[in-house]
Write a protein that binds this ligand. Sequence first.
Ligand SMILES: NC(=O)C1=CN([C@@H]2O[C@H](COP(=O)(O)OP(=O)(O)OC[C@H]3O[C@@H](n4cnc5c(N)ncnc54)[C@H](OP(=O)(O)O)[C@@H]3O)[C@@H](O)[C@H]2O)C=CC1
Ligand SMILES: O=C(O)C1=N[C@H](C(=O)O)C[C@H](O)C1
Length: 273
Amino acid sequence: METLERNEKTIKVAVAGAKGRMGQEVVKMLIQDPTLEFVVAVDSKLHGVDVGEAIGGRTLGVQFVQSVEEAFQKYQPDVLVDFTTPQTVFQHMELSLQYKVRPVIGTTGLSTEQMEDLTRRYTEAKLGGIIAPNFAIGAILCMKFAAMAAKYMPHVEIIELHHDRKLDAPSGTALKTAELIAKSRAELAQGHPQEEESIPGARGAEYHGFRIHSVRLPGMVAHQEVLFGATGQTLSIRHDSINRESFMPGVNMAIKAAMNMDTLVYGLENLLD
Ligand SMILES: NC(=O)C1=CN([C@@H]2O[C@H](COP(=O)(O)OP(=O)(O)OC[C@H]3O[C@@H](n4cnc5c(N)ncnc54)[C@H](OP(=O)(O)O)[C@@H]3O)[C@@H](O)[C@H]2O)C=CC1
Ligand SMILES: O=C(O)C1=N[C@H](C(=O)O)C[C@H](O)C1
């Protein structure tokens, strides 16, 4: 049986959601980086099964355990990478805090209140970690460019497009983009004041006076277009992730950065600037 080499100087990483679309990419990335040690994965239905075999690759000598708590108790990882569901991620972050395991969270769908609560508690505990709604560098640039443009072209709508297995809407990326736009543009109610929807939802979700539209279709991965309008001109800023490898340099960077941080940050841009 082929097994991963163990090295005391590496960063020990646990993965929650390793059987999922993103989790499988994370596993591939971890086993290619000799400075990272993939020690355990979490999946309640697959406990005891080798992760490599479960995701259709070579045997890795790393097994699934039933819960994040079991992973922490048995393997004492330095970092938890989480790509699970909006319903489970908050509890995983509470356990990370309790066991002092640094979280690298890609899972979207945490509420603003949950995020504020976690940020306060992690800061008090001086435990570093990151919640990033998008780990692709192009998506971060899309958000930044959109925030810059909104200052000069405040009429804006966001269209985000994803695969049809996605649970949350709007996407975490669209929400973060919207937050940045709302901060940089003057408050403005867009569209015709007497506008009416003949089919409810036709104009999308309203956020601080502008609209967010969510498209879900098979064949899509992760895409976002931010559209601006002004007299006689429009501007479109678009990002496309055409595969899930696009997120991996960001996840790799976050794992390493988390080891040297003592606060919880929201957004990959916090590690870049
Ligand atoms: N930040 C970023 O750059 C990106 C973030 N995402 C986000 O990542 C998340 C996952 O996306 P994706 O990989 O497509 O989703 P998937 O549904 O493919 O994967 C989620 C995985 O989590 C597992 N899971 C569910 N509950 C638990 C639990 N309590 N403990 C351990 N594992 C659990 C699921 O197992 P089972 O099916 O057996 O329940 C599944 O294998 C989403 O929130 C998505 O928005 C996605 C892409 C990029
Ligand atoms: O579910 C996805 O796939 C993605 N989710 C994240 C989000 O909600 O923004 C990041 C990326 O868009 C892919």
